[in-house]
Ligand binder design. Structure first.
Ligand SMILES: Nc1ncnc2c1ncn2[C@@H]1O[C@H](COP(=O)(O)OP(=O)(O)OP(=O)(O)O)[C@@H](O)[C@H]1O
Length: 261
C-alpha cells in the first residue's frame, strides 16, 4: 500500500487558489525533493503534510487513513533558519524533545530516564558531527552547525516523515555539499520518508529518490489568483536529461516572473 496518498488535493486561501489537483503516491522511505517558483505553494503543501494546514478539497492519506490534523512526533520539520532554541545549549536543544515527549508537563527527566535520554542525545550529536560542541550555545555555532543541530533535534525523535523547508538555503555552497552527505546518511540509516523543498534545481536533481516540480499549467495574467500550481514533473533522481532540466528551469522562471509581477 502507498504510504502517503494525495488525491485531487486543492488548497485555497480566500479567492486565491494556491494548489490545484495534486495527485501523488509516495512509498515509505522515499526522499522527495520539491522545486518550484517562489510563492507557488511548496511550503503550503509541507504544512498540510505536517498537519498545520487543512486541504480545501481532496484527500491526503497516511497508510490509507486521513492525515492526523495536529503536528505530532511522527512528523518532524526543519526550516531554513531559527529552528533551534537560543537559550538552550546544543545538548539541551536535542534533549528537550525527548523530555517533553516523556514528561509533557514537567519537561524534565531525572535519574536513569535522563541518563538513557542523554545517551541517545550524545549518539545523535556524534552522528551529525556536533559531539565536540555539545555544551556550546547556538549563537556560538556557524550556520551549518546550527542546521546540523536542527537536523539532530528532528532525527532524535525518530519521525516517520521529515519535512525540510529549504534547510540549506542560507548556507555557502561548500557547506551544502557536507550537509547533503549528512542528510543522505541519516536518511539511509533511518529509512525516514523525507520531503525537502529547495530553490536549487541542482539539489532537486541530485538528492534523494524523486523530484517533484510544482508549477502552474494555467495562468491568467488578468486573474493571477484564479489558478494554482500542480505537480508538473515527477522524475526519478539520476535522470540527468539536459533537455528536461532546461525545460523545468524555463517553465519555473516564467511562473516566478508571473507570481512576482
Ligand atoms: N496562511 C495564509 N493565508 C493566506 N495566504 C497564504 C497563507 N500561507 C500562504 N499563503 C499564500 O499562498 C501562496 C503560496 O505560499 P507558499 O509559502 O506555500 O509558497 P512557496 O512555494 O513555499 O514559496 P517560497 O518558495 O517563497 O517559500 C503565497 O501566495 C502565499 O502568500
Amino acid at each position: 500500500m502507498s504510504f502517503i496518498t494525495v488525491k485531487n488535493l486543492w488548497k485555497q486561501y480566500g479567492d486565491q487558489i494556491v494548489l490545484e489537483n495534486l495527485n501523488l503516491s509516495v512509498s515509505q522511505g522515499e526522499f522527495c525533493t520539491l522545486v518550484g517558483a517562489s510563492g507557488c505553494g511548496k511550503s503550503t503543501f509541507l504544512k498540510m503534510l505536517l498537519g498545520q494546514e487543512t486541504s480545501s478539497q481532496g484527500k491526503l492519506l497516511l497508510e490509507g487513513n486521513t492525515f492526523p490534523r495536529e503536528p505530532d512526533r511522527n512528523r518532524g520539520v526543519v526550516f531554513q533558519r531559527y529552528s533551534v532554541f537560543p537559550h538552550l545549549t546544543v545538548r539541551q536543544n536535542v534533549l528537550l524533545g525527548l523530555e517533553l515527549e516523556q514528561r509533557p508537563f514537567l519537561g524534565k527527566l531525572f535519574g536513569s530516564a535522563r541518563r538513557e535520554a542523554l545517551k541517545e542525545v550524545d549518539a545523535m550529536l556524534e552522528s551529525v558531527g556536533l559531539a565536540h560542541a555539545a555544551n556550546k550555545w547556538p549563537h556560538e555555532l556557524s550556520g551549518g552547525m546550527q542546521q546540523r543541530l536542527a537536523i539532530a533535534q528532528s532525527f532524535v525523535m525518530k519521525p516517520r516523515i521529515l519535512l525540510l523547508d529549504e534547510p540549506f538555503g542560507a548556507l555557502d555552497p561548500g557547506i551544502r555539499g557536507d550537509m547533503h552527505e549528512l542528510i543522505l546518511k541519516l536518511w539511509r540509516d533511518t529509512g525516514t520518508t523525507i520531503f525537502m523543498v529547495t530553490h536549487d534545481l541542482y539539489e532537486g536533481f541530485h538528492l534523494g529518490t524523486r523530484l517533484l516540480v510544482f508549477d502552474k499549467v494555467r495562468n491568467d495574467p488578468q486573474q493571477p489568483e484564479a489558478f494554482g500550481a500542480t505537480i508538473t514533473y515527477d522524475l526519478p533522481i539520476g535522470q540527468n536529461d539536459r533537455k528536461i532540466y532546461k525545460s523545468i528551469e524555463t517553465s519555473v522562471s516564467k511562473t516566478a516572473r508571473s507570481l512576482s509581477a
